[in-house]
Design a protein around this ligand. Sequence first.
Ligand SMILES: Cc1ncc(COP(=O)(O)O)c(C=O)c1O
Length: 353
Amino acid sequence: MKIKKTLCSRIKNMNFNNISFGNHYSDHMFCSEFKNGKWKNSMIKPFGDIMLSPISPVFHYGQAVFEGMKAYKDKKNHVFLFRPKENFNRINQSAIRLEMPKIPEYIFMEGLQRLIDIDRNWIPKKYGESLYIRPFLIAKNGILSAKPAKDYMFMIVSTPAGSYYKNPLKVKIEEIYSRSAPGGVGFTKAAGNYASSFYPTRLAHEKGYDQILWTDSSTHTKIEESGTMNVFFWIKNKLITPKANDNILNGITCKSIISIAKKEGIVVEERELNVSEIIEGIREGELKEAFGCGTAVVINFFEIISYRNKNFFLPKLPIHQRLSIKLKKKLLDIQHNLSKDDFGWRFRLKKYF
Ligand SMILES: Cc1ncc(COP(=O)(O)O)c(C=O)c1O
């Protein structure tokens, strides 16, 4: 792999005492090209603009998929990726569904490790902070007809990440718009899934909510997910999460929380979850907590769930009684190498240089 290092690092512009999400990008990026049926020209180069033909299918037909993952530091500055093979598998599932070529494992893993190694100084050191990594695959060149491209580009960029949401969330149960539908691409990280959620999310913001709680497209009675998070509800001492299906992204954080919770002896149910069960749970005082989880947010609890223009306030539990906080700590401790990794999720980054 070719490596061209930057001559002028931008890290001095980065304030590690006040990290917001996505405002600064690390010095380098990884690129690999798919041309004439073969992957070639893998390289690391300084982060910067790329040149694409204006008729590239990524612009016209949204042939683009991506991933989100993180690198963490421990107290000795060792670097760990969290379950990277899961992201590798998922980007290829997304690629297959969007008629794009699969990325070979050696390109994904080698590109990822070398990039993060070269930019390891960009990984924040504080507990809960990390380097957010964005691998993505786009369709380039092609001709201006609605067909898959012949050429593709796989890239990885990264950005230091503090906390995504600073406060508990106000979410609105959506009954008009849909994020996905059976047989569609909701289970993938297709770029278009996100573009189509921006408008209904803005409408929710205008009404004072942080995020939408999506429901199934045919009946709007079953809870699916929220923003870029899977969701959990703690009702009658059971932790319930909508079972992943082709409408729902099979979240790596969600899977990890299910495993941690089960190990803690908590009863976890992955199943269909009706809106009525949540509203009744709140009314009867049987719903103790609801929270969203994902790579970017880790875990964030909800304070309000709005349904049909009525705000339902969730119990104001003290922090030490919150299951969400307990599970978040367990997960972060594993990610930062502060606890035993019983599940084999940490992936220690080797030093190349
Ligand atoms: C729509 C959606 N749901 C759920 C998640 C959470 O998935 P993960 O835990 O793998 O980040 C994400 C983020 O990737 C997402 O975009």
